[in-house]
Design a protein around this ligand. Structure first.
Ligand SMILES: [Zn+2]
Ligand SMILES: [Zn+2]
Length: 445
């Protein structure tokens, strides 16, 4: 009998890290960073709860930091096995882990849980596999299927002795703007499923229209629209939407849009490379023009040029990281523009507790940035529909496609949402065993 133990994303959304012990082999599925509140981030410094030198290898679902961000620590503590992933995940992994090591060096100095040398080693240990092509590893037949969440993301099936286990990974909010929709799994004995939005459905709103309205408002008043954006997927979605808005004349061709994030610029280059992963619209779009570029787009590489945006006159859109305003160039823009009445801020992603982004959505009139109190006179809007995660309806649909399931394990969600999801699943599957494990707990499979 196999044992699965949970060393992250067990009662939290972040920190995905699961150890599968078959008795003959020990392998990890994901090894992500805890992100959000200081208490959560402290958990990155705690021991893993297993011995990294005993782990034979790892299967990685996708390149978000909360799934891959502790790989450097794993290596620093002696892990030496292969790390399986898709080619697009490897391309994005290089960007996310290098940035993570840099941020840690700046914030934690000698206390950083890993350094750039561990990241370089991790990249040499990557083994690229293909979607929908089964391969043999550690006594299992392993198959990656498209999870439709971000570029290269996968759900992972493991078969052994006639029994199938599936890890959902993060499931996309299909149909996604850029990539192909989530591929369903047809049968599995044990299902390990994410539950980020287990308690709610995304609102029925049109994010493109919200974006258009925001840009139109600053065009009228000659002011600045700030969009704090996550580098991977969200930024490319924004660029693609603005391309459509400009081409259709719904926003002015001449309105300047500044992409002010070195990491987002690199991620956009990765998106340009993996055209075979595009959905039908994006594939057709590339035949007529570059979906991530349009008149008025300015890519800002140097910090010096970023600083000069504060002196600009007239309407402008600034897309800058970080997505929750916990660091990055967006903070300098926030100091300049939040006190100005005509400024608009569009929040387009999940905002963790205690972040500047969350405070703005909650209507804060003063926020603290780099130790200074910044008055908020700007207009703050939010688009909830631009999510890379599916909602409760999507999770139930994905699960209901799977036949023969004996056991469902809910991970990657706060306790509240996953209990709601559990109740929902039990309504139609009353004989099913549903587990909601906590940190360092184990489940027999
Ligand atoms: Zn993710
Ligand atoms: Zn398009």
């Amino acid at each position: 009998m196999s044992t699965l133990s949970f060393h992250g994303a067990a009662g939290t959304v972040t920190g995905s890290c699961f150890l599968l012990d078959s008795g003959e082999s020990k392998i990890l599925i994901d090894c992500g960073l805890f992100q959000g509140s200081p208490e959560l981030e402290d958990m990155n410094h705690a021991p893993f709860g297993f011995n990294p030198t005993e782990v034979q290898g790892m299967l990685l679902t996708h390149a978000h930091l909360d799934h891959c961000g502790r790989i450097g620590k794993l290596i620093k503590e002696g892990f030496d096995g292969p790390i399986y992933m898709t080619e697009a995940t490897l391309a994005l992994l290089e960007i996310t882990l290098q940035d993570s090591a840099k941020v840690m060096a700046e914030n934690d100095g000698t206390n950083a849980i890993y350094g750039i040398e561990d990241v370089e080693k991790a990249l040499t240990m990557a083994k690229v596999i293909e979607i929908d092509k089964p391969f043999a590893y550690a006594g299992y037949t392993v198959t990656y299927v498209n999870a439709g969440h971000i570029l290269g993301s996968a759900s992972i099936l493991l078969e052994k002795d006639g029994k199938t286990i599936v890890f959902s990974g993060d499931l996309g909010n299909s149909p996604e703007d850029l990539i192909q929709p989530t591929e369903y799994v047809h049968a599995a004995d044990v299902v390990i499923m994410e539950s980020t939005y287990g308690d709610r459905n995304h609102p029925n709103e049109d994010p493109t229209l919200i974006l258009q309205n925001e840009i139109n408002e600053v065009e009228k008043s000659g002011s600045t629209l700030l969009i704090p954006a996550f580098s991977i997927e969200r930024t490319q979605e924004l660029l693609h939407k603005i391309d459509h808005l400009k081409r259709s004349g719904k926003v002015k061709t001449e309105t300047p849009v500044y992409l002010d994030s070195p990491m987002a610029i690199k991620a956009t280059e990765v998106f340009r490379k993996f055209t075979e992963l595009y959905n039908a619209e994006l594939t057709a779009h590339t035949k007529t023009d570059d979906p991530f570029s349009f008149p008025g787009l300015n890519v800002i590489h140097r910090g010096k040029d970023s600083a000069s945006l504060s002196e600009a006159i007239g309407a402008q859109v600034i897309i800058a990281g970080s997505g929750m305003m916990t660091g990055g160039r967006i903070l300098n823009h926030a100091i300049t523009f939040l006190p100005q009445e005509n400024t608009r801020v569009l929040i387009v992603g999940f905002q963790g507790e205690n972040t500047v982004g969350r405070q703005l959505t909650e209507g804060a009139k003063i926020v603290n940035i780099y130790g200074q109190n910044v008055t908020v006179k700007a207009h703050i809007s939010e688009s909830h529909a631009m999510s890379s995660h599916t909602d409760q309806t999507g999770l139930l649909k994905w699960f209901n496609k799977i036949k023969n399931t004996q056991k469902l394990i809910l991970i990657h969600g706060e306790d509240g949402p996953r209990e709601v999801l559990k109740t929902e699943v039990l309504k139609t599957h009353n004989a099913l065993t549903i587990e909601t494990p906590h940190m360092h707990e184990s489940v027999q499979l």
